[in-house]
Design a protein around this ligand. Structure first.
Ligand SMILES: [Zn+2]
Length: 572
């Protein structure tokens, strides 16, 4: 008789353990990392981690590869694979079709001007007399940092640092405390009055040390075993772009061609590994100046190393310079990890990834019997204008102000001409695409009409183009070159932007508090990073996020959501 009530009581306690939900929740929150550090290397192929592995030290990339959760098959499922969309995808967990950052620049139909992903005429720069004003106003939705700020009533801090404004701004998001980037006219780190009217004091103090000036006259020399450089092509190749004032071969003498520090020197400086060292120093100042990771509200520090991209464009992925820079980046990672260990022990999470890879220099690819080729934007323009004029009458058929975007494969048609002649835009788009395909090296075209109708092309290229397409911002025709070819007006160096693996395959490694080490070859995209870090931080995913939580990396698996207390249930 007495056993029944006891049984019911036990069941009730099991289902609704008094006080347990709150303590479980508290434990889950207490178990969060104090600090998340996101390191994005601008232009870094996943294969660099393999190719240069024998020459890494044990405390940098190799430590991440052995003690982190390594997602070895992380590909951008979007095109173009360039800086602004890549960074926006990392912070939002979304593709450009949702976060709206379709490229570094696009043609704004409303104003009839080319805009950048972050340009904002309503803002002023802070920390320099002049400069491009910018903000995240074109980013649609929220970022990981935004959700972190919302979740703690803004007690969590979010700081983003880079040499490029778009990288810092798009990584940080709309609610970041500050995003900082480098002003090449003054050699200082600056921000926008979108964030604050004055520079944080620790930034002003850092600028006062003239951090870049210390490297005036420095020589960038090869610093590693000669076997490492044997993996690269010869140092002196005509198709490399010389550094401003610093030549095409080692040692690169860093003056920018000036007698004392000035704008040309600051530009040249951003192409050298010394710039990564300065950004590392700024990251440490940020941690100390903002007291990041010091209280129970977790903080986010996002760092984007721009130098790897700048030098990579000039010298290419198989150059002596990229070899040296990658091994020096390994040292930067080692130094950052050692600093985080000493300051935070095991209470931080570190994430390493990249915004895109890079193509080989086309002449180098052609010599290797690949289809490397530079496609002249003038040839693309001529093919389209001639074909459309022959079929529909006099143009101009391409929007004149949007002509520079042809090098991205972006064809914005002149809607004025189409309207005046009362043509069906779909016919003109198709005719433009067909005309462009007659230019050697171009492989495919996708039209706005086709993409708007939601016809996802069955293969990888079509899928990636569709996820990079935004209805009001994307062009009328998107041109895709063959692998190893790209549209470029330049005669030297290389670039990225294609849907192919050399541009799309990037590292993604999580390391630190609560992360299970292992190599995970499961399918993964950079859009998975933000939802995964949101799960680690026990916060909401960014608004547009479509990526999946990389559960393989979470150790132990995230605790189940606490069962609501009975009183809370009955008082609804
Ligand atoms: Zn680039």
């Amino acid at each position: 008789m007495r056993s029944l009530p006891r049984c019911i009581l036990a069941l009730v306690v099991l289902l609704f353990p008094v006080g347990a939900p709150i303590s479980m929740q508290r434990r889950a929150l207490e178990d969060r990392p104090r600090l998340v550090v996101l390191l994005v290397i601008d232009q870094f192929r996943q294969e660099y981690l393999l190719r240069f592995h024998p020459f890494f030290n044990d405390r940098g990339f190799r430590r991440l590869l052995t003690s982190g959760a390594v997602f070895s098959q992380c590909h951008y499922e979007q095109a173009p694979t360039v800086t602004a969309p890549g960074h926006a995808t990392l912070s939002t967990g979304a593709t450009p079709s949702a976060h709206g950052i379709i490229a570094n620049e696009w043609y704004d139909r409303e104003t009839g001007e080319i805009v950048t992903s972050v340009s904002d005429l309503s803002q002023r720069v802070v920390g320099a007399a002049s400069g491009r004003a910018s903000s995240p106003h074109r980013l649609i939705g929220t970022t990981l940092g935004d959700e972190l700020r919302l979740s703690t009533n803004f007690r969590s801090k979010v700081i983003a640092l880079s040499y490029k404004d778009r990288s810092a701004i798009l990584l940080g998001g709309k609610l970041a405390n500050v995003a900082l980037w480098f002003d090449e006219s003054s050699g200082s780190f600056i921000t926008s009055d979108y964030y604050a009217d004055t520079l944080p004091e620790w930034v002003a103090r850092f600028n006062a040390t003239r951090p870049a000036d210390r490297y005036f006259g420095a020589r960038w020399e090869k610093a590693f075993a000669k076997e490492a450089y044997a993996l690269a092509a010869s140092d002196d190749r005509l198709e490399e772009t010389p550094l401003p004032g610093g030549g095409r071969t080692f040692p690169h003498h860093l003056t920018g061609g000036l007698a004392q520090p000035g704008p040309a020197f600051y530009t040249a400086f951003t192409f050298t590994p010394f710039a990564n060292e300065v950004l590392l120093e700024l990251a440490k100042r940020a941690i100390e100046g903002e007291q990041l990771g010091r209280d129970e509200s977790p903080d986010l520090l996002a760092i984007s190393l721009s130098t790897n991209d700048l030098a990579g464009h000039f010298f290419g992925p198989y150059s002596q310079e990229v070899t040296d820079l990658t091994l020096r980046t390994d040292q930067i990672v080692a130094s950052l990890l050692a600093y985080l260990d000493s300051r935070f022990g095991s209470t931080y999470v570190f994430a390493l990834t990249a915004d895109h890879g890079v193509a080989p220099i086309p002449e180098e690819a052609a010599r290797a019997k690949l289809s490397g080729r530079r496609i002249s934007p003038a040839a693309v323009r001529q093919a389209i204008e001639e074909a459309l004029s022959a079929r529909f009458g006099e143009g101009p058929w391409i929007e004149p102000k949007a002509l520079p975007l042809l090098s991205n494969g972006f064809v914005y048609l002149n809607r004025e001409t189409i309207g005046r002649k009362q043509l069906d835009p779909a016919d003109v788009e198709r005719a433009a695409g067909e005309a462009a395909l007659r230019v050697p090296g171009l492989a495919r075209y996708y039209t706005r009409t086709h993409l708007l109708a939601g016809h996802l092309e069955g293969d990888l290229v079509g899928r990636r183009v569709a996820r990079g397409f935004h209805p009001t911002r994307s062009p009328d025709v998107i041109l895709i070159p063959e692998p190893f070819a790209f549209i470029s007006g330049g005669q030297t160096g290389t670039t990225h932007g294609s849907p192919y693996s050399y541009d799309a395959h990037v590292p993604l490694i999580l390391f630190g508090h609560g992360i299970a080490p292992g190599i995970f070859p499961s399918a993964c995209t950079p859009a998975d990073l933000a939802p995964t870090l949101a799960a680690v931080l026990r916060i909401e995913s960014p608004a547009n996020a479509t990526g999946r939580v990389l559960q393989e990396a979470l150790s132990p698996p995230s605790p189940a959501l606490p069962i609501p207390q009975r009183s809370a249930m009955s008082s609804r």
